[in-house]
Design a protein around this ligand. Structure first.
Ligand SMILES: Cc1ncc(COP(=O)(O)O)c(C=O)c1O
Length: 423
């Protein structure tokens, strides 16, 4: 409520809940960084702040996926509204795709299609946000969960991921944080922002802890199969016998098409716990009020999932592996930062900043703002993912651009380091 237009009082104005929750979101910090860019710098801006490699030639999607979309459009069969949880052919295709290599068979009825992983988070958090409830979120986090929970007034309790233990979940903290109002724990594997993937043993421990606490496991597998190190990807669905699991996923990252906005929520619930509790019914009610993924993309899903060849995925994993290696090795050479864990999954790494060795920079936010201004290089301050004085860097960009970015980062760090550290 405010006064504007010659002192007249109006009954509307800013929404403080929105202001507060949105200030925790990546796009907010991206805008802050963009405002700091120097328009007179003629060099290309290097975007290491957000994970979207799709614009770069090395990360083009598979032609088979483009052809599937084109065929769906030309068929003229997918111009209509879709049903609440999605077209049956698309739900079936996703169920079959996710069941591959899994010891549990996912039914098409368990699959609810969404406009990307983002929309799945929206729907799920809205459904879980009953008055008084709380949710366990990782720290560092994918901050969309925090923003969305804050917006829905679902209390956030943050548990730590431990850098010294390969970013595993601190399960003692999880147990200490939960109470009888805790509805769920979110785990992101492969992990944005830490670049790790949970082992089978660790997933089992998380499932057992959640079962003991009587809470749902929300497994964000948007980076499903994006692994290029020693630890293979294992789906949380493998542990649905222990605890009900809600899988979230999308084609945004693996097919490199975040703009296509196609994702899913899958209830993996062999004992019908989610169904009998009424959660699935409420979820479908929220889906009824929500936007659907575009119908022609749903129509193309069977072909996208079936016809994309293994060589496409393995080729992209190789590029990502090399980019992760370059990033890790180059960071080691920079005086004011360290990377406790070599990334082996997703598209990101967390880097620890030592502001005490910098001359005129007090924290991560100032570091990133000055970096944007002086080097046209965008890196996300760790506070945006809940880790102050860390940085989140994406290595999923064109390899030559990544090398240029890391060299700019090194020069910037040298220039701002206390003199005694310089050669
Ligand atoms: C962990 C995680 N979950 C969900 C999403 C949202 O997925 P989508 O791009 O499919 O909306 C992202 C996007 O970056 C993500 O990193």
């Amino acid at each position: 409520m405010g006064e504007a237009g010659g002192g007249k009082r109006w009954n509307f104005g800013a929404n403080e809940v929105v202001e507060l929750s949105c200030s925790q979101y990546v796009r907010y910090y991206m805008n802050v960084l963009a405002d700091n860019l120097d328009p007179t710098d003629n060099r290309p801006v290097i975007p290491l702040a957000h994970g979207d490699p799709a614009p770069f030639p090395s990360f083009r999607t598979d032609p088979a996926a483009v052809e599937a979309i084109s065929d769906a459009l030309h068929s003229g069969q997918f111009n209509h509204y879709a049903n609440t949880s999605g077209l049956p052919i698309a739900r079936k295709a996703v169920a079959e795709h996710l069941s591959l290599g899994l010891s549990y068979q996912i039914s098409p009825d368990d699959v609810h299609l969404t406009a990307g992983g983002h929309n799945a988070i929206d729907v799920l958090i809205s459904t879980l946000a009953v008055p008084g409830a709380n949710i366990l979120l990782p720290r560092p986090s994918y901050p969309m969960y925090n923003a969305r929970a804050g917006f829905s007034k679902l209390e956030i309790r943050s548990y730590d991921l431990l850098p010294e233990k390969g970013w595993e979940v601190d399960l003692d903290v999880v147990e200490a944080l939960a109470d009888d109002k805790t509805v769920a724990i979110v785990v992101v594997t492969p992990c944005n922002p830490c670049g790790n993937v949970f082992s089978r043993q660790h997933l089992q421990k998380i499932a057992e802890t959640a079962s003991k606490l009587g809470i749902l496991v929300i497994a964000d597998e948007v980076y499903r199969n994006i692994t290029f190190g020693e630890t293979p990807f294992v789906s949380m669905a493998e542990f649905a016998d222990i605890v009900p699991v809600m899988l979230l996923g999308s084609i945004s990252k693996r097919w490199l098409v975040p703009g296509w906005r196609f994702g899913w929520m899958v209830t993996v619930d062999p004992h019908n716990i989610m169904k009998d509790s009424g959660l699935v019914h409420s979820l479908v009610n929220v889906l009824n009020m929500s936007i659907d993924p575009v119908t022609f993309i749903q129509g193309a899903m069977p072909d996208i999932l079936e016809k994309t060849k293994e060589e496409f995925f393995s080729g992209k994993m190789e590029i990502l592996r090399e980019c992760a290696e370059t990033c890790y090795e180059e960071i080691k050479k920079i005086p004011c930062m360290s990377c406790p864990y070599k990334p082996e999954a997703s598209m990101f790494t967390m880097v620890k900043l030592e502001p005490s060795v910098l001359e005129d920079i007090k924290d991560d936010l100032e570091f990133c703002c000055k970096l944007a201004k002086e080097e046209s290089l965008m890196i996300l301050p760790g506070r945006s993912v809940g880790f102050k004085n860390w940085l989140r860097i994406t290595f999923a960009v064109e390899p030559a651009l990544l090398k240029d970015g890391l060299s700019r980062l090194n020069k910037f760090a040298q220039r701002h380091s206390k003199k005694k550290l310089q050669p």
